[in-house]
Design a protein around this ligand. Sequence first.
Ligand SMILES: Cc1cc2nc3c(=O)[nH]c(=O)nc-3n(C[C@H](O)[C@H](O)[C@H](O)COP(=O)(O)OP(=O)(O)OC[C@H]3O[C@@H](n4cnc5c(N)ncnc54)[C@H](O)[C@@H]3O)c2cc1C
Length: 501
Amino acid sequence: MQRADKTKVIVAGGGTAGWLTAYSLAKRLGKLLDLTLIESDQIGTVGVGEATIPSMKVFHQLVEIDEQAFMRATQATFKLGISLENWANIGDKYIHSFGVLGQSTWMAEFHEFWLEGRAQGFAGPLDDYCLELKAAKREKFATEVNKMPLLYAYHLDATAYAKYLRQQSEALGVRRIEGKIAGVDTDPETGNIAALQLDGDVGLAGDVFIDCTGFRALLIGEYLGVGFEDWSHWLASDRAIAVQSDAAEAPRPYTRSIAHPAGWQWRIPLQNRVGNGMIYCSKYLSDDEAKQTLFDNLPAEPLTDPLMLRFTTGRRYKSWHKNCIAIGLSSGFLEPLESTAIHLITTAIARLMRLFPFSGNTERLAAEFNQLTNLELEAVRDFVIMHYKLTQRDDSDFWNAYRTMDIPESLAHRMAIFQENGYTSSDDAGLFHVTSWVQVMMGQGLYPEQHHGAGQILAPAGLKEQLDIIKRSVDMKFSKLPSHQDFINKYCPAPMAASSN
Ligand SMILES: Cc1cc2nc3c(=O)[nH]c(=O)nc-3n(C[C@H](O)[C@H](O)[C@H](O)COP(=O)(O)OP(=O)(O)OC[C@H]3O[C@@H](n4cnc5c(N)ncnc54)[C@H](O)[C@@H]3O)c2cc1C
């Protein structure tokens, strides 16, 4: 069947969500779509969101974003994981790395063999068996060793990323309008959005509207009236401060998340600066106190004024309603402890592309989209909550409240089965795999009382030999890695950063 006209898609909002959506649709479905993006310079973007997870590399490959070019344009560095400091107890530290731990079998996961080796006194620390974990701790990096890719993500400059995507999108024919959306016209019969009303009485008609207006959720929330499910009884933090600073050291290949008595602080190293911020709960900490804590813990001089943000954790009851699809902050928000928001943008874009409403019938497509979106967000929610629930800290009301809170049944079950038996599985949405759950549970001090018997069948000689083989393989690959800084200098130096290193 020949399509008469291109489907008119209007993307409302030009932050990371808006431009990544516009670019991806233009790149992959551009022949079938007429794409317009509207953004307001006066309103601006949220201006944060600089740490990612490995799925971003895969998504970039799907939509042909060149790794070296994008990294140079965004002052990006590599990320092998997150260092969680003071989370279990003050002074504790562990890395949740993106690498796979050792080698699993169909019957038992690697950590179950490792626990047996540990019980028998010959297993080394976990980083002996995971290249990414070992490399992160020692600040080494390469994209691959012996043609085997490492599992990594990026730290990037959010503003530069949106700008880069805008250039790429406009080159593909996306039309950009600068202006403010002041209202919408809906079709009285279907309830669909027919057009956006811009300041100055201009109408912008379309077939499909993507709401990327950030926390405002202008189309899906304000105009279509889709409500918001509040999750702050689990994740109570509601404020953030962000500030950029100079760098005092070479960039580490991991994000730092440093817990404080009433919140936590991030440190995201770019090539030319560090992104810093603090997530906290206004019930336990005033804005001034939070600012003081953050500024007392900056790695070097601040480069910007602090940006103060307010948020509520939760999600839209529906991300897709009528002919409007919310992507990015407009669809929900979870604090950035595991750097998942940009990932959720990429999966929403991919899902939209698979379910794109070419026929104009949106109801069943929307139901499918919403169900998948819910599953995914619940998996991230549980993973983030677990970091708090498993704290042993009792030095403040903030940590006491988290340590003793009720948690979702899905998470309570996962923690109990791990504690009693050493068993865990990947989450239903396939985002956090076994090794992520294991690293965080054990990192926070939850060690199983029992584990699978498979290790005992091999032990001691066979199990020790298997662990030694894995360790030797990790050591061999590790010996070939340059420092993170040296790798960046050769692979993707940003023009401004190159001279300073
Ligand atoms: C404190 C904090 C830290 C974060 N850290 C991370 C992280 O480390 N990793 C991660 O993956 N994510 C992180 N995120 C999330 C990440 O910042 C966002 O997911 C990402 O930036 C996408 O934002 P957005 O495009 O949805 O919204 P925004 O950047 O807010 O963009 C909204 C757009 O809508 C436009 N707009 C709004 N109203 C109108 C109107 N009336 N008319 C016209 N245009 C309008 C604005 O001009 C803007 O262009 C963090 C978020 C916060 C709050």
